[in-house]
Design a protein around this ligand. Structure first.
Ligand code: HEC
Length: 457
């Protein structure tokens, strides 16, 4: 047991530290030089630029701009509460378990949260205007950014235009559009964005899924999602603010087949003006005849035991289900994108390797239907698994009143397409590879880890 005096000592240190903070705030006022009191210009503005302004700036989908001090000042209470509860920025992965390195991590570090909270608690001082960083320059998202590298997209596919009235409920629009492709082509990059600048305001999110009939993708999912009626080759790309597009890894690509279609799933919301817009997908092919060695296949991994239609959630209750998928080839898991509706609460992806070990790959513990976040693993964090690995997907649902997104806890909920029905699956992109390539990837990864781990003392 720890001696009591030690505990008292620790408490005293905390009090001293806090006392200093308060004293500094009092003495320093708006002076950013005061140690311990964060100011807007010096400490907070850089965080907002980095983690918030992609959405919170003029013309984008968030309800208010967080660019200048005057923009942010009226919102400080809400900012503190959303940031401290990790609801903003939208990033719902559990930070205590599973892989934590992502290509698109927009979450705040503990230090950044602490800075914002202390800034608000200190009365949200502005600080010295000289400390204000220059405005952040964002990449233009109304042009094809990869055109500089590859020339203009080889194929542009537009969703059917949709009008969002000034006042309306959120809509999930799902038109299907032919690609017009008459031959097999390998894709090396994809970009997606609303067709007009105005459209960015109403387009909360857009997903484009490639629908094509091929025996391979059916087989991949046959293990447990046998009754899933979608036989697509997976999600092509999503439009998310702040994300320009996706270039495939070296020597990898997605294969598009003749007669393929794009199934759109666009989340529109009303912003007080009638706005009509569409979303455009720009596709860059590998030159004809050039075949990448690895094929990326993005497929739906059900979390519902016995098939996706087996969701059965009585009123005022919770529900959990899990399903298992065997990897028939070795490969690298590139991402994790859980999909549930309003009762969805959490989803976990675990891997049971042939040696009997189970590891948590990712766990989204605070699922929110408004945000279809795609968690894309860092190059050297994307897990490698041997043939025969079982991917286990678990989903949790909360159909009680304590789920604040629940429109009606007194309803029975089953499988369905409407947001008041439920679903349970993850979109997972796997790069399959022959065993010898898998083994050399694993060896490379180990060497990397050795190089970055300091030797024992
Ligand atoms: C990916 C886009 C995105 C990012 C990044 C983002 N927000 Fe938001 N934010 C939104 C949207 C959309 C809403 C409105 C819907 C909602 O409340 O969830 C919102 C709502 C909010 C609200 C609530 C406003 C109200 O009406 O009470 C606050 C506060 C907020 N954001 C602060 C932040 C802060 C601070 C950051 C960065 C640390 C941030 N957001 C990052 C999109 C974003």
């Amino acid at each position: 047991m720890k001696p009591k005096w030690l505990l008292v000592g620790v408490l005293a240190v905390v009090i001293v530290a806090t006392g200093r903070t308060v004293a500094a705030a009092g003495a320093g006022g708006n002076d950013s030089g005061a140690a311990g009191t964060p100011t807007f210009t010096k400490d907070v503005a850089p965080i907002l630029q980095d983690k918030c302004q992609a959405c919170h700036r003029e013309g984008y989908m968030a309800p208010m701009s967080l660019v200048t001090y005057e923009d942010a000042r009226p919102w400080v209470k809400a900012i503190k509460s959303r940031v401290a509860s990790r609801q903003m920025p939208p990033w719902h992965i559990d930070k205590t378990v599973g892989i934590q390195r992502f290509k698109n991590d927009r979450s705040l570090t503990d230090d950044q949260i602490d800075t914002i909270v202390r800034w608000v608690d200190a009365g949200a001082p502005k600080g010295d205007p000289k400390d204000m960083p220059p405005p952040k320059q964002f990449a233009r998202d109304d042009v094809w950014g990869f055109a500089e590298m590859f020339g203009p997209p080889d194929l542009i596919i537009k969703s059917t235009p949709y009008t969002v009235p000034a006042v309306a409920q959120d809509a999930w629009y799902k038109p299907v559009v032919e690609t017009g492709l008459t031959e097999r082509r390998w894709v090396r990059a994809i970009e997606i964005h609303p067709s007009t600048v105005k459209g960015r305001k109403i387009t909360h999110h857009a997903l484009a899924r490639l629908l094509q009939d091929e025996p391979g993708s059916r087989e991949l999912r046959a293990s447990s999602a046998a009754d899933d009626d979608q036989t697509s080759a997976g999600l092509f790309m999503e439009w998310a603010v702040g994300k320009q597009g996706e270039i495939m890894r070296p020597n990898s690509g997605k294969l598009m087949l003749p007669g393929s279609k794009i199934v759109w799933d666009i989340h529109y919301h009303a912003v007080g003006d009638d706005i009509t817009d569409s979303v455009e997908l720009g596709i860059y092919f590998y030159p004809k005849g050039q075949e990448p060695k690895y094929r990326q296949v993005l497929a739906l991994y059900s979390s519902i035991a016995g098939g996706s239609r087996n969701i059965d959630i009585p009123p005022n209750s919770t529900f959990v289900s899990q399903a298992f998928h065997v990897m028939k080839q070795s490969g690298r898991i590139e991402n994790f994108q859980p999909h549930m509706h309003l009762r969805g609460k959490g989803m976990a992806l675990e891997a049971i390797t042939p040696d009997g070990k189970t590891e948590v790959v990712s766990y989204v513990s605070d699922y929110n239907f408004n945000w279809h976040v795609n968690y894309v693993y860092d190059d050297d964090a994307a897990p490698l698994f041997p043939k025969g690995t079982i991917l286990k997907v678990t989903s949790w649902y909360d159909n009680t009143a304590s789920n604040r997104n629940n429109p009606d806890p007194n309803q029975w909920v089953g499988y369905g397409d409407r947001t008041v029905d439920e679903m349970g699956h993850a979109w997972i992109n796997v790069t399959y590879m022959p065993d010898e390539d898998y083994l050399s990837e694993v060896a490379k990864r180990k060497a990397q880890q050795r190089a970055t781990t300091p030797p024992p003392q």
